[in-house]
Design a protein around this ligand. Structure first.
Ligand code: KG4
Ligand code: ZN
Length: 344
């Protein structure tokens, strides 16, 4: 007889500038509340102290909303999953300490989750799920990696960025174009109105048959192009709308060509059937489209999370928590936040 254990898991994510809580009921996401902190916009990047303060204010209402939306009472929870790294120290501590206190008070286990691992398993929200071994391209604001996922939580790192992460390059180019922070969504939108062949920005495939990445070259190429083709007025580049859109489209195409080609090459070499993409940049419409086209041509099954699970969210944390708690894993109360938590 099949015994189904209903497990209600609360997931919490506070590693950067999104305060998020999610309820997962036996593998199905019932709520995923994400409160983005707009206080950072005017600074052109995340200000750590402001992030911690905002998490402190938001954590209780966000958790309450997640519980209410899911129709779950906190006494019905069986476990709590929380990000403990990588991320900003003060930001991580808010979520982690809340989770520890809540778990202690409710007498239920808690489990610390690696944020980057959770991005990978955002592809396990919903069905079908990738089958092992599968290849995962992880593209976020701080990481760009290609990994071979051999079994649950067993991963072989095939390559990673040697300098800027893909999302970081989007954010830096956005700043050069006065488009604000975060840069990815706005460049994605503007690029749809531009010509990707207008400017030939370099594609850095690096030497040999390796799976590493480098995005500082294309970022610098945009900087030099602006210096050589535009005037600076009070520190801002004078650009008309169409040129701005063409730069966005051309830059985006240069980044995506490399991401897609290296991923497909790795999938062929390692003989996988399934390819997953994860992290904030997986929300990029051109990346999603180009990946789909290539996977279709070569008969790979492609997994990309729904938009709401691409950027930082607690649903992916709850998913990993559920997978680990089911295996009897839990964390000790002296678990600390680890800002540079490794992911190798
Ligand atoms: O995964 P994420 O939310 O946070 C980290 O773990 O870093 O990723 C954030 C990154 C930012 O660099 C942001 O600009 C980028 O993801 N991003 C995008 C898009 N949406 C978010 N990049 C390109 N196109 C998008 N549509
Ligand atoms: Zn993230």
């Amino acid at each position: 007889m099949l015994i189904v254990v209903i497990m209600n898991i609360l997931g919490i994510e506070t590693s950067c500038d999104e305060t998020s809580a999610s309820i997962l009921v036996d593998g199905v996401i019932r709520s995923n509340i994400v409160s983005s902190q707009f206080v950072h916009k005017k600074y052109g990047g995340v200000v750590p102290e402001l992030a911690s303060r905002a998490h402190q204010q938001l954590i209780v209402p966000v958790v309450n909303e997640a519980l209410q939306t899911a129709g779950v009472n906190h006494h019905q929870l069986h476990g709590i999953a929380v990000t403990y790294g990588p991320g900003l120290m003060g930001a991580l501590m808010v979520g982690l300490n809340f989770a520890k206190a809540f778990s202690y008070g409710l007498k239920i286990p808690f489990i610390g989750v690696n944020h980057m691992e959770a991005h990978i398993y955002s592809n396990f929200i919903g069905d079908p799920k990738p089958g092992y071994p599968f290849l995962c391209l992880i593209v976020s604001g701080g990481h760009t990696q290609l990994a071979l996922m051999k079994a649950p939580f067993v991963k072989e790192l095939l390559g990673e960025t040697l300098d800027d992460a893909a999302g970081e390059a989007f954010d830096k180019v956005s700043k050069m174009l006065d488009l604000g922070f975060p840069g990815g969504p706005v460049i994605d939108k503007l690029a749809s109105k531009g010509n990707p062949h207008c400017i030939e920005f370099p594609r850095s495939f690096l030497d040999g048959n390796n799976f590493n990445f480098s995005f500082s070259g294309v970022k610098t190429a945009v900087l030099y192009w602006l210096r050589d083709h535009t005037n600076s007025v009070n520190g801002h580049r004078s650009l008309d709308e169409q040129t701005r859109a063409d730069i966005c489209a051309s830059f985006q195409a240069a980044v995506i060509d490399v991401l897609v080609e290296k991923t497909i090459r790795a999938a062929r070499q390692f003989g996988v059937r399934d390819i997953a993409v994860a992290g904030g940049v997986s929300a990029n419409s051109a990346l999603r489209k180009q990946m789909h086209q290539h996977c279709q041509q070569e008969n790979f099954r492609l997994f990309i999370p729904a938009f709401e699970y691409c950027t930082d969210n607690a649903a992916m944390i709850a998913m990993v928590g559920w997978m680990k708690l089911q295996q009897g894993m839990r964390s000790p109360y002296d678990l600390n936040a680890v800002p540079n938590l490794a992911f190798t």
